[in-house]
Design a binder for this molecule. Structure first.
Ligand code: UDX
Length: 440
């Protein structure tokens, strides 16, 4: 294997996982970040993100002397073969990607690059950005130094990012220069994964297209679920029936209260914005976004049609993070649901296995927090399930009967098997399935 000298700028989600995984494969990796306390933490093998397996990789890399964290661009960029740009590209007010961190990082790096190098954009960026950054870098670096650009988008899911990196379905390498392509193929050789080689613009397009397509699958199945519920069909049977058709596939068709997180909402909006900017509107993706926004309200609608008055109603919310196994609250469905309930005078008690500290900074101050599911549901008139943590899925249904004033469950993630629910004296509403009412 060819061991390479790599720098990764930005130790957020993508940069950190990329750097740690490349080091695990034997490359020498310097990760650069401007945040001093973060760098200090990382040098002690403490991860600032909650991610399975990451701290073990940090320990390995630090002990093997091939993973370093620094705030010093000069040290980090010294004699590198490849530099990854993995800084954030958050959403601007108009929905477009904010590239200011990327411009800043590339301007700073330009002064310290000391030999010909391949610069790889990992951040999700509008089509054309790679070429633009390449022109800018080449105009700023010392005479005689050449920058070759490449695009290498990531498809990691939070919570399984390390696993996803080592077991990716494909690695996308976008390069306009054969040397850049060759270097990236060598870098990833030991991963033994299929590599799709394209030009830079197509690689940038692949990232937005993949995320928008997956978001479209979710909005599609959610609309079908709502219709199935209305017509007395069962969405799980419908999904099984369509998913066995290989042209459709069965993954990413779980109906629920919509998609959240740091990628799908941001990237669908950015793609719409990019399309508008070249006068080529993407009406389908616009619809994917609006269907998702409506889907987030569905549990609140169910509460409103079930209870005559919301004022003073005591409700438990189980799960706050945008999905299980993360403490990330970005675009979590829980935020809009809880805000609406609190506005209507509902008394909300919330529980999440890991996201409560983050949630407290975002949710209305009227929300109460508890340390267990039992405490959350005790004495409540309704329980809303917002995130499908295993702990919540495995919680015995008997307990709802025992602890709640009226065991009404509104399950936004279809956590329970309908046959199992039928055995209990509860009222159970879910998504795309019949309501079960065993209370009377
Ligand atoms: C996603 C993509 O999967 C990843 O490839 C990309 O790089 C970043 O965005 P992530 O945001 O971590 O990853 O989470 P993911 O597991 O894909 O779920 C995203 C959202 O969709 C969650 O809110 C989840 O609850 C929802 N979802 C997912 C569904 O509602 N139904 C499904 O069938 C799948």
């Amino acid at each position: 294997m060819i061991e390479m000298d790599v720098a990764v700028i930005g130790t957020g989600y993508v940069g950190l996982v990329t750097g740690a995984c490349l080091a695990e494969k034997g490359h020498r990796v310097h990760c650069i970040d401007i945040d001093e306390s973060r760098v200090q933490q990382l040098n002690n093998a403490i991860s600032p993100i909650y991610e399975e397996g990451i701290e073990e990789l940090l320990k390995n890399g630090i002990n093997n002397d091939n993973l370093f964290f620094t705030t010093d661009y000069k040290e980090g960029l010294h004699q590198k073969d490849i530099v990854f740009l993995a800084v954030g590209t958050p959403e601007s007010e108009d929905g477009s990607a904010d590239l200011s961190y990327l411009y800043k990082a590339s301007e700073t790096m330009a002064s310290y690059v000391d030999r010909d190098v391949t610069v790889v954009i990992k951040s999700t960026v509008p089509v054309g950005t790679g070429e633009q950054i390449g022109d800018k870098l080449n105009s700023l670096v010392s005479p005689g130094v050449n920058i070759r650009m490449a695009s290498n988008p990531e498809f990691l899911r939070q919570g399984t990012a390390v696993y996803d990196t080592f077991h990716a379905d494909r690695i996308v390498v976008g390069a306009n220069h054969p040397d850049a392509q060759k270097q990236l193929e060598e870098l990833y050789h030991s991963f033994q994964l299929p590599i799709v080689v394209t030009d830079i613009r197509s690689a940038e397009m692949i990232k937005y297209t993949a995320n928008s397509f997956l978001a479209m699958k979710i909005s599609f199945i959610n609309e079908v679920a709502n219709l199935s519920e209305k017509l007395g069909a069962n969405i799980e049977s419908v999904t099984e029936g369509i998913g066995m058709d290989k042209r459709i596939g069965s993954s990413f068709l779980n109906a629920g209260i919509g998609f959240g997180g740091s990628c799908f909402p941001k990237d669908t909006k950015a793609m719409v914005q990019i399309a508008e900017s070249v006068n080529m509107p993407l009406s389908l993706i616009e619809k994917v976004i609006s269907v998702n926004e409506k889907q987030r309200e569905i549990l609140v609608d169910k509460v409103k049609s079930r209870f005559t008055s919301l004022k003073g109603l005591e409700v438990a919310i189980l799960g706050l993070s945008f999905k299980p196994n993360t403490d990330d609250m970005r675009e979590a469905a829980s935020i809009s649901i809880i805000r609406k309930l609190v506005d209507d005078g509902v008394k909300v008690t919330a529980y999440d296995p890991v996201a409560m500290e983050r949630a407290k900074q975002i949710l209305p101050e009227q929300v109460n927090y508890t340390n267990s599911i039992e405490e959350a549901i005790k004495g409540k008139q309704a329980t809303l399930i917002v995130t499908e943590w295993d702990q919540i899925k495995d919680f015995p249904l008997d307990k709802y009967v025992e602890l709640m004033t009226s065991p009404v469950i509104m399950d936004g993630r279809n956590c329970f098997d309908m046959k199992e629910v039928q055995k209990h004296k509860i009222e159970y509403h879910s998504i795309g399935r019949k309501t079960i009412n065993n209370l009377s």
